[in-house]
Structure formats: C-alpha cells, structure tokens
Design a binder for this molecule. Structure first.
Ligand code: UT7
Length: 338
C-alpha cells in the first residue's frame, strides 16, 4: 500500500501560455499618443507588446493557454479557475465557457477577480480545492485582454498594458514534492481601491440610473502612487513567503518572478530583497504588462528557454488593483511547457 500524505498539496504538473500574434511597437504608439520610444523604454522597460485583434476575447486566449497546459500535463482537469479582469461578459463567469471549449465537460468552473494578483489568488484557490478533496486536478488559467479596457487616448496606461494568457495544471500530491504549492501570502487594501479602477459598468453606476460619464468605462490608474504601493507590498509579501517556506530569506531564491508591471518596479523590489539581476526573470520588454496573465506567461517562457529549471528555488510575487498583492515560494518542478 502506498503512503498517503496527511495533507494533499497542489503540485504544478503542466504549464502553457499564449500571446495573440499582433504586435504593437512603441513607434506605433507614438503615431497616436504624445509619447516617445525613449520615454516608454526608460520609464517602463517595454519595447513591444502583443494585442488582441478585433473580435478576439479573453476566453479565446484562455482556451489556447489552457489547452497547452493540459497537453503539458498529459491529462485533463476536474475544475477550471480563470483569473481575469476582462471577462468576455459581466455575467456569467468566463471559466465555464472555457471549460466547455476545452472539452472538459461539466466540471466546476468559475472566475477569480484580483486584477494583476489574479494568478496568485487563483493558485491559493486551486490549492484549496485540491486540499479539501473538491477537485483532484485543477486547470488554473490567468488571461487578460487588457487592451479592451484601456483608454487608447491615455498615455499613462496605453503604453503599459497588453494581452495574453498563461496556465498551469495542478494535481494532488505530497507537500514535500518539487512543484508543491505551500502557503500563498495574500493581502488587500480596499481603502485604496480607487487607485486602480474602471469606474462605470458596475452596480454603483448602474443603480444611479444615469449614463456613465464619458471615459468612465475605461481602466484608470494613479501610476505614481500605485508604483510606490507595488514596491512596498511585493517586498513585504515576498519576505513573508520566504519565511513561510522555511528559507533563510528572499535572497535564497534562485529565481525571482514578479508581476511584470514596470521594469523599474521590478528592479527596485528585487534590489530591496537582495536578489541579483541574473536571478530575476523578466519578459516585460516584449510582453508588457498582461495583468493576471503576467506571471504564468513569464514562467512558461522562462521554462521553455531554460532560464527556469527543475530544482530552482522560485519566489513569486504580484501586485495589482484592489489593491491586492501576494507571494509564494516553491521548488520548481520538472515540467515541460507546451
Ligand atoms: O499592473 C498593476 C500595477 N501597476 C503598476 O504597478 C504600474 C505602476 N506605475 C507605473 O508603472 C508608472 O507610474 C508609470 C509607468 C505609469 C508612469 O511612470 P512614472 O515615472 O511614475 O511617471 P509619472 O506618472 O510620475 O509621470 C511623469 C511625467 C508626467 O509629466 P509631468 O507631469 O512631469 O510633466 C506625465 O504626464 O511623465 C508624463 N507621462 C508620459 N510622458 C510620455 C506619463 N505617461 C507618459 C507617456 N509618455 N506615455
């Protein structure tokens, strides 16, 4: 009889990502916005980003990334969790549609809304589904068509945000295995929810029975204040996650994967954590800020390139609207992204 662990951990068993094929360069943006390639590169680290073509929705990105993660894991899933800020429709959730299109049948499927922290909130949710026995294998997808909510005339956000999807398959396993998800440190500060918001389209605006003011249907971000908050919370939650994993500190990390918000934020946070440049994973130059998708896309690309390899001690952190943030530390498993 095989030994049964006293706690079921969620273990990463598959990985995949998908970026829409259309690419927008900084020079493309300068043709319609008062900005420059030099400003965008030096202030954000972004040179190009992928964007959805007209008619392409979040579920289309999610299905592609989900299929790749399922192929990578070599099996199905009995639950689908979709982290997104850009659902196909305000109601219902997008995850059931994605599950059906992936041929997963009538499995549990729902969305998680935690903006750019969505992947880590989704990871904690998926781990809970597995720990409770509610699911045996969870497909966690993080997908955002962020350019569909960004104001194309707002140079503060239009140059940063982009589209994409990443996914992992989690299976039940032993907490001591590589790839096992341990404690996910999560936090929020709703007192500052107005720093990142789409003001219109929800019950607050709809119940007023007045039309939304022009532009209120778009995403807004108070960039400078968000920047300050992002560094503080990513650093603090990373320290807690390293401690929870039994590390000496965040400096033990072989690889540091942070939500790709802005290259300067990442540099500052990693510096404060004592993580040298060669251990920092980054794809922001050619992917931009893809919201919830940012972390799993980064992991899939790094694993494909070999900069993230089996056995690496990996520290993950994210920050976004809500405000919301999170971090976790784990040993990277032997998974081949598709
Ligand atoms: O993903 C979720 C979390 N998001 C983040 O963590 C993003 C956090 N924030 C940021 O990444 C940065 O704050 C931004 C990239 C959004 C802005 O960079 P910044 O260095 O904080 O610039 P700023 O907002 O302080 O603006 C500096 C100047 C302003 O001009 P004045 O007032 O100094 O004359 C802006 O109007 O830069 C101007 N500016 C631009 N100029 C050229 C803002 N956006 C642009 C632009 N091109 N695209």
């Amino acid at each position: 009889m095989s030994a049964v662990p006293d706690r079921r951990a969620a273990v990463i068993a598959g990985l995949g990502c998908h970026l829409p094929p259309d690419v927008v360069t900084n020079d493309d943006l300068t043709r319609r916005l008062d900005t420059s390639d030099e400003w965008i590169r030096t202030r954000t680290g972004i040179a190009t980003r992928h964007v959805v073509a007209p008619g392409v929705a979040t579920s289309d990105l999610a299905v592609e990334a989900g299929r790749r993660a399922l192929d990578s894991a070599g099996g199905g899933a009995d639950a689908v969790v979709l982290a997104t800020t850009t659902p196909d429709r305000p109601c219902p959730a997008t995850a059931p549609d994605v599950a059906a299109r992936l041929g997963l049948g009538q499995v549990a499927a729902f969305d998680v809304s935690a903006v750019c922290s969505g992947f880590l909130y989704g990871l904690a949710t998926a781990a809970g589904l597995i720990a409770s026995g509610t699911a045996g294998r969870v497909l966690l997808i993080a997908a955002d068509a962020f350019t569909t909510i960004v104001d194309p005339a707002d140079r503060g956000t239009a140059v940063i945000f982009a589209d994409g999807a990443g996914a992992v398959v989690l299976r039940a396993g032993d907490p001591a295995e590589p790839g096992a998800v341990g404690r996910v440190v999560l936090g929020s500060d709703g007192a500052l929810s107005g720093l990142i918001e789409v003001p219109a389209g929800g019950s607050r605006q709809r119940s007023s029975r007045t039309a939304a003011a022009p532009g209120e249907e778009f995403f807004r971000m108070a960039g400078r204040e968000v920047y300050r908050q992002a560094v503080g919370h990513m650093v603090a939650s990373s320290r807690l996650a390293a401690e929870a994993a039994g590390w000496n500190g965040p400096g033990d990390a072989d690889r540091f994967a942070a939500h790709q918000a802005n290259a300067r934020i990442l540099g500052t946070a990693a510096g404060e954590l004592g993580i040298p440049p060669e251990r920092r994973l980054s794809n922001i130059e050619h992917v931009g800020n893809t919201g919830a998708a940012s972390l799993p896309v980064l992991l899939a690309q790094a694993a494909a390139e070999g900069t993230l390899a089996a056995g690496h001690l990996l520290l993950l952190t994210a920050f976004g609207g809500g405000l919301s943030w999170g971090a976790t530390a784990l040993v990277w498993p032997d998974v081949k992204p598709c």
